[in-house]
Design a protein around this ligand. Sequence first.
Ligand code: ZN
Length: 87
Amino acid sequence: MDSSWCTTAMDRGMFCSVCRGRRIQDTSWTDRNPGRRYVKCPNIVCDDSVWIDPPMCARSKQIMSGLLTRINKAEGEIETSRLNERK
Ligand SMILES: [Zn+2]
């Protein structure tokens, strides 16, 4: 992979500051940071994580949580119609 986020992740440090293990990339889906990417040490005891993406502005958070709500609603509707088809 040579996409730009990889370069950014490299700049921030690919290795855990505690155990020097290789960090893994993950995406946050909390209300505070929806869709914001970070790298973390897979070792929970290290409690090591570094953001890749910049902090989100209030507007982006609003849009993202709105989209997530719509996606969840749509998925719920799909599931409901699937259940109805089985009847
Ligand atoms: Zn670690």
